[in-house]
Design a protein around this ligand. Structure first.
Ligand SMILES: C[S@@+](CC[C@H](N)C(=O)[O-])C[C@H]1O[C@@H](n2cnc3c(N)ncnc32)[C@H](O)[C@@H]1O
Length: 221
């Protein structure tokens, strides 16, 4: 089974996946080096996941995407954040591309945003929202008390990581940020496994047929 793991980070979501042929895409060298050690058999692309998706999505059976959540997060509205930033709508670009053009199974993960999601998610599990084209059953995702203030060592233990030192994501002074970005491995496995359940209803979006495209063209010109 060919799987594309976009914005792969430290690979929290991917940790318990078995019998898969994974291509991971991550643009941060330091984060990717931890991923490489954990998953030496995965093909690891250092580059832009958004562009990679557009150019390669037809080559895979299953696609997971975890675009950066910072610009959508509730923290964005907290008083100490004074920088004006647009929510990164690449999240929705990817959901729409997968929904209307991809024939395999897919899941896009992000956190619960500070606004009403622009596309209705399929399910909310813990602090995560998932958009997908198959049913994802509710799940008791492991939770860590004091998650937002937990020290890196505590977060590593909770997620099962043992790499040395801290990684500081984009100049963030908190070495725990990169770990807080992870999907817990058990949740990653649950969401992935649900796509393979025989009863899992694949929600098909109507693909636009060539005839419809021609009709639209004729109406416009
Ligand atoms: C939310 S984290 C992914 C967490 C991952 N799913 C896990 O469970 O461990 C997002 C990751 O995307 C990476 N990233 C951000 N922008 C990227 C881009 N344009 N292309 C590839 N990776 C990117 C960040 O460095 C970060 O590691």
């Amino acid at each position: 089974m060919k799987v594309l793991n976009l914005y792969s980070g430290l690979g929290g979501n991917r940790r318990y996946w078995k019998n898969v042929n994974v291509t991971a895409v991550e643009n941060n060298e330091q984060i990717a080096s931890v991923y490489r050690k954990l998953f030496p058999k995965d093909k690891l692309v250092i580059g832009d996941a958004h562009a990679y998706l557009l150019n390669h999505f037809r080559e895979y059976d299953f696609i997971w995407s975890s675009p950066p959540c910072q610009s959508h997060s509730k923290m964005m509205r907290a008083t100490r954040h004074t920088i004006n930033t647009y929510p990164d709508l690449k999240l929705y670009e990817e959901i729409l591309l997968l929904k209307y053009f991809f024939d395999g199974s897919w899941a896009v993960e992000n956190i619960t945003p500070y606004y009403d999601p622009l596309v209705e998610p399929s399910v909310k599990i813990g602090r995560h929202l998932f958009w997908s084209n198959y049913s994802i059953a509710p799940f008791d995702a492991p939770e860590l008390k004091g998650f937002f203030s937990a020290a890196p060592a505590e977060l590593k233990k909770w997620l099962g990581y043992s790499y040395k030192g801290n990684i500081y994501y984009k100049g963030n002074h908190d070495g725990g940020q990169v770990l807080r970005n992870c999907v817990h491995p058990e949740l990653g496995l649950h969401v992935f496994s649900e796509s393979k359940k025989s009863g899992s209803a694949r929600i098909k979006s109507k693909a636009i047929t060539i005839k419809q495209k021609q009709q639209a063209y004729e109406i416009r010109y």
